[in-house]
Design a protein around this ligand. Structure first.
Ligand SMILES: *Cc1c(COP(=O)(O)O)cnc(C)c1O
Length: 400
């Protein structure tokens, strides 16, 4: 453990900046964390969509995009929706999460994970992550559930709050797969649904299976900062015919299919992805393979460049997994927020976008009253992790 007192912050910070510059090259403009990239087919497909006049949620690009997303993660179904948060809300509802249930989610996640739980009428229950892949720590969750739950028939209740616990939402942080097998075993043991927040993990695999396809249902985001974008957008994926059917129905105003009648059989959502966004999505899907390759190579260049440095570690992919390397992440060996913030200032001053992980969700004002486990690892990681520029185009092939 490096002691802050014996450490030359400024010198060290500049070394980190120099190494990043060695990989991404010099520039006068701010280098963003993650930029969207478009090919000429985006223009063609969007023009074709406009020419067709089908710009809203009916149209051939929505069907094509859903087929391509399902194919990319080898699931039977994909349902394209307006964003990842809406996808997660609907995933929770179709998996049977009811009003006033508790849903287990990592505190170390983007705010949308917790928002979606509340939008579904439930209460987030925050648990700790591990320092290896930044996903939910299964051993600590097992102990926590053992300690706080009580079984009533087939259902599981939080003894302290009296609420039912009905689902668990693992999140694949920065594209690195969480350890799904033990988590699913634990969820089965407690009768909990598993909904994967794979918003950041399109193209990542866990033991050969696509992230998003491993739980009952998984969701992706196609926001502008994700690995592929539809402007705004999201999708649910599942192998379960009933869940897919119900998700499609609920997100399409619960309209009963008919040639002309407006018949609706429950309170639905207007959440389907517009054809215009899906056209952009179809063009983006053509680039997925190449993009994954570039991002892997960029991550390797960072790994090589940071290899010698003892005070920071660049995060690699977990064993038996393939990461999409959505955001490259440094782990600072010094656990000190002041040091972290000095480094972030120095990098941003030098036009290198860098940011800490999200403020832990259990400390956000609207979630501070929610139930939680011991979160000591997440609290440590919050001081240590920073994301650095990760756009695919930053990879410069030596041969190009
Ligand atoms: C981006 C993201 C979401 C939500 O996606 P939106 O499309 O922005 O609604 C959910 N969870 C995680 C972990 C994300 O990174």
């Amino acid at each position: 453990m490096i002691q802050p007192a014996h450490f030359d912050f400024a010198h060290h910070g500049q070394s980190v900046a120099n190494i990043i510059r060695q990989v991404i090259g010099d520039s006068d403009e701010l280098v963003p964390l993650h930029e969207p990239e478009f090919s000429s087919s985006s223009w063609t497909m969007i023009k074709d969509c406009l020419d067709s006049t089908y710009v809203s949620s009916v149209g051939k690009y929505v069907d094509q995009f859903e087929n391509e997303v399902a194919a990319a993660c080898s699931t039977r179904h994909a349902v394209a929706v307006v964003n990842g948060t809406a996808a997660l809300q609907v995933a929770l509802i179709v998996c049977g999460v009811c009003a006033d249930d508790e849903v287990i989610i990592p505190s170390l996640s983007f705010v949308a994970t917790a928002n979606a739980v509340v939008h579904a009428g439930a209460v987030p229950h925050f648990v700790d992550s591990n320092a290896y892949n930044f996903g939910i720590d299964v051993v600590s969750l097992q102990n926590h559930l053992h300690y706080i739950t009580e079984r009533r028939g087939k259902l599981v209740y939080n003894r302290e709050t009296g609420r039912r616990i009905s689902a668990i939402v693992p999140m694949h942080a920065f594209g690195h797969p969480a350890d799904m097998d033990p988590l699913i075993d634990l969820a089965n043991d407690y009768g909990l649904s598993v909904i994967e927040d794979a918003a950041e993990a399109l193209g990542s695999t866990y033991k050969g299976r696509a992230c998003g396809s491993i739980g009952q249902i998984g969701i992706f985001s196609f926001n502008g900062n994700k690995i592929l974008t539809t402007g705004g957008g999201g999708a649910l994926v599942t192998n379960d015919d009933e869940l897919a059917k119900r998700a499609r129905h609920l997100t399409t105003t619960a309209k009963v299919p008919h040639r002309w009648a407006f018949e609706h059989d429950e309170v639905g959502f207007n959440y389907r992805m517009p054809n215009l966004n899906a056209a952009l999505g179809c063009s983006q899907m053509q680039d997925l393979g190449a993009r994954l390759k570039q991002k892997r190579q960029l991550a390797q260049q960072y790994a090589d460049a940071f290899g010698e440095m003892s005070a920071v570690e660049i995060i690699g992919e977990p064993a038996s997994c393939s990461s999409n390397f959505w955001l490259n992440t440094l782990r600072l060996k010094i656990k000190d927020t002041t040091y972290r913030d000095q480094l972030l200032d120095l990098l941003n001053d030098q036009k290198i976008s860098a940011r800490p992980v999200w403020t832990l969700l259990h400390r956000l004002v609207m979630f501070s009253h929610c139930p939680k486990s011991n979160l000591s690892v997440s609290e440590r990681l919050e001081m240590q992790l920073i994301n650095i520029p990760s756009s695919a185009h930053l990879f410069k092939s030596l041969h190009s």
